[in-house]
Design a protein around this ligand. Sequence first.
Ligand code: KIV
Ligand code: ZN
Length: 533
Amino acid sequence: MNEKILVFDTTLRDGEQSPGASMTSSEKLEVARALRRLKVDIIEAGFPIASPDDLAAVQTIAREVGIAKDPGQFIPSICGLARCAQKDIDAAWEGVRDADQPRIHVFLAASPIHMKYKLRMEPEEVLRRTAEMVAYASSKCKNIEFSPEDASRAEPEFLYKMLDIAIQNGATTLNIPDTVGYATPQEYGELIRMIRENTPGIEKCVISTHVHDDLGLAVANTLAGVLNGARQVEVTINGIGERAGNAALEEVVMALQTRQKYFNLTTGIETTHIARVSQMVSNFTGFKIPPNKAIVGGNAFAHESGIHQDGVLKNAMTYEIMKPEDVGVRQSNLVLGKHSGRHALSQRLKDMGYNLSEKDLNTLFARFKELADKKKNITDNDLDALVSSDISQSHAYYQLDGLQVTCGTIGMPTASVRLVCPDGVVRTHACIGTGPIDASYKAIDALVQIPSTLKEFAIHAITEGIDAVGEVSVRVESQVNENDSQIETEKTVLVSGYGADDDILVASVKSYLSALNRLMDATHIFEKKEHHV
Ligand code: KIV
Ligand code: ZN
């Protein structure tokens, strides 16, 4: 019987920490639901001390995703991150306490360079703080994970002592971060083996990997870790995370599954959900998946050369080491059309794992009918895009109420945009531009009045065919002044936006608006604006 590897997903914490990857609370909740469908064992839902919004998002996930509604339902553990400080641990506990299986993850730097320059603490003081804070966290929650940050650059003897102290004070999982992505697979595997052999009491705990991809070694290091006794892997969807990112969930899981005879290990992941959750995270964060990305890239299962195509047609295993269906690519979807009713749509969404409120279902049904009038077959991918787009537009300060565009070879591209503004008033503005999108965005800028720069614009058709639904992702940047301890500093904030519609101009406008709404959240412009009114 293969031993089980626990999958700890940190897309909503380490992943969301990467610049420009921030998600709204509704998007985080939808990703958490998708992670539950994927059957990850632990969801790190956020860093609750970071802001009241982060705390609220973790609480919502704990209550909506971390509590069993039916007997026998699969429920992941919900985890909140905390530095080794009482206020952090209190916030993390507030975030996760309502979940059926709460976990607190505390961390403290372990390498000489981090202790000296970042913490400005002596090693003895670091050990004392570890003891006090792990004990404090375990007085609240019995499931405690401890991470000695920058472990791969720590002194081994100091590391064993720190881990021993964490175990004595109640840690149940010991996570070994390669925080700066510096280790090679051999070194990281060796580190896990040495920790296993030199830390008293380690057999009572689960050892976990947490590695960054600065040298492109994150997945290799994770696998080296499990070969040396780690039984939990910390990963993110599409490998998003600080700087070059974390180890990609889909790559680690599919390596373990495809090479099961080699690893003799298994995970509980429902791999057929991988492609959908990967697409959802890409839509919400605006981080596009490169075509050559392993497992989830557009070309991961595409065969261009004649020799390969010929081989695959004769026997798929000639050039394919796993089946696209295993990760949810090219699944035969039940197709809906214009004669499908509200019940059929609702049933399909339930089967896909969505649990929409009556109000959201009504809105989606109206959009589905509009789309079905224009497009013959509506697939799961179309439905995923409509739901994601609705989630990205929800709780918006500014909402699209109408768009009219004139463009072509004669005359000047002109757009009239009508928005519902935060004060409830509907306002309209018209602009000309170099093209229809430029004109629409100028009209929105005139109404919203947030100084910002469009950094990226990408358009993509979801399914094949001329009637495909189009999705648009944008990235928008703004400079904001921050007043921290009386010192005024300028900060660059980068946000993404997403919109999908069968009309690509409508999708473009929705995407831009969702980015501006998110910018207002990220920079608290709305509160500032309100004070000025
Ligand atoms: O990379 C890191 O060290 C972390 C810790 C908080 C676990 O993300
Ligand atoms: Zn990390």
